[in-house]
Design a protein around this ligand. Structure first.
Ligand SMILES: NC(=O)c1ccc[n+]([C@@H]2O[C@H](COP(=O)([O-])OP(=O)(O)OC[C@H]3O[C@@H](n4cnc5c(N)ncnc54)[C@H](OP(=O)(O)O)[C@@H]3O)[C@@H](O)[C@H]2O)c1
Length: 383
């Protein structure tokens, strides 16, 4: 479906939902986003799998349920796991209410695929337990991403790496800002060899989880009503502000989020020679991360050539028509599966440079969708 048509459809559904008092984002995702071009894996025969979602009540976990349902993942039994705090609450899947259970050591008996997003410290303990019980874990946290025995996978970029899952029974899902960047960079790298990447991010609050989104909403309302605010999830006021710190600072002056982008890009692109430098910034947006990306290539490539390459690239939608003010924005990308690329232009300050603007829904392509796409390939090719 053309982007403009899809956007119009989403806006229509949102308007209706807002009238009914539903959150717009939830409504937007009711419009089934098209499957990414290359990764749409057909499930040839309907073998069914027992699936566990760990962190099911979180921002990523709840999106996982939507995506499993939207893509008709062949689920036999679905087990929803979270902490004791939300055990007993019910979440809907395929029209049925399923009770959330407390995550325990014996939670994984009979589970084939376990989609994890409970935070790194919880994954550190429970992902190996799940793998030992026979499940293949697809982990959204940072815990195993740089482990040499754990593949770090973006299906449009390195689907072949999934084969390495057998070493530990764990596949890692990359950091959200890295995923959308490599989806756009890999096809350019294949043609012109990227030597260096300079990226600045504008990351939505949903990237820090459910409570972080609530903090933005509450702070905005409180400040507009003249009430005092007290930051709790973010280190400073996030409403009407930007925070140039995501995760903790390291000895080299970078934040952990920035180093994740640097290290994960090399691992996913399977090329340690690519130089990457990143500045990651939290912005008062609910959904979708935006990135200003500058690349230097070994071979000269024009902006038109980049547009042509990206138009054919799996998972990418080029939205780049400055004369009609067409460029990607986080509000429009929310609820979509694609990684949108616009503002493509040559960097006139160096010989072989390209600037671009990359936007994607961090909860979908940056987390839940990428994980489910991995699961689709896993069950089709390896289980
Ligand atoms: N948000 C993103 O864009 C994004 C993208 C990529 C990766 N990730 C990663 O995914 C993970 C979750 O992110 P999120 O945004 O979904 O966070 P979130 O909204 O805060 O949700 C956290 C989930 O983990 C569960 N949980 C917390 N402690 C637990 C425990 N001790 N045992 C079992 N479950 C526990 C929570 O359950 P309760 O309801 O019981 O508290 C909740 O379901 C993080 O590691 C994050 O870095 C997030």
């Amino acid at each position: 479906m053309a982007v403009a048509k899809k956007k119009a459809e989403i806006k229509k559904v949102e308007k209706k939902a807002v009238k009914k008092g539903e959150p717009a984002k939830k409504a937007a995702t009711k419009v089934k986003a098209p499957a990414t071009k290359a990764v749409k894996t057909k499930v040839a025969e309907r073998r069914l799998f027992n699936v566990a979602v760990v962190g099911a009540t979180g921002a990523v976990g709840t999106e996982m349920l939507r995506i499993l349902e939207e893509r008709d993942f062949p689920v036999k039994e679905l087990k929803l796991l979270a902490s004791g705090r939300s055990a007993g609450t019910k979440l809907e899947f395929r029209g049925k209410k399923i009770k959330v259970e407390e995550l325990k050591k014996d939670s994984f008996k009979g589970i084939d695929v376990a989609l994890f997003s409970p935070g790194a410290s919880v994954s550190a303990i429970y992902a190996p337990i799940a793998a030992k019980a026979g499940a293949v874990v697809i982990d959204n946290t940072s815990q195993f991403r740089m482990d040499k025995d754990v593949p770090l996978v973006v299906p449009e970029v390195n689907p072949h790496a999934i084969a390495q899952y057998k070493k530990k029974g764990i596949i890692a899902n990359p950091n959200c800002s890295t995923i959308q960047m490599v989806v756009a960079l890999k096809p350019i790298h294949d043609v012109a060899k990227i030597k260096r990447v300079v990226v600045s991010t504008y990351q939505a609050t949903s990237g820090a989880g459910r409570e972080a989104m609530e903090e933005l909403a509450t702070q905005t309302a409180d400040l507009l009503s003249g009430r005092h605010i007290e930051p709790s999830i973010f280190p400073y006021q996030i409403a009407f502000n930007l925070i140039p710190q995501i995760d903790v600072f390291l000895d080299n002056g970078y934040t952990k989020e920035e180093m994740k982008m640097i290290n994960e890009t090399k691992k996913i692109m399977e090329d340690d020679s690519i130089k990457v430098t990143a500045t990651t910034v939290r912005v008062p947006v609910f959904f979708s991360h935006s990135e200003s990306v500058n690349i230097e290539t070994a071979k000269k490539i024009t902006a038109d050539e980049v547009r042509k390459i990206l138009k054919k690239a799996p998972g990418v939608e080029v939205l780049d028509d400055p004369s009609n003010k067409a460029y990607p924005m986080p509000f429009d990308a929310a609820g979509c599966d694609e990684t949108f690329v616009g503002r493509i232009r040559e960097d006139e300050s160096i010989k072989n440079g390209i600037n671009m603007w990359i936007v994607a829904d961090n909860i979908r392509k940056g987390a839940a969708l990428n994980a489910v796409q991995i699961a689709e390939i896993l069950i089709e090719k390896y289980l």
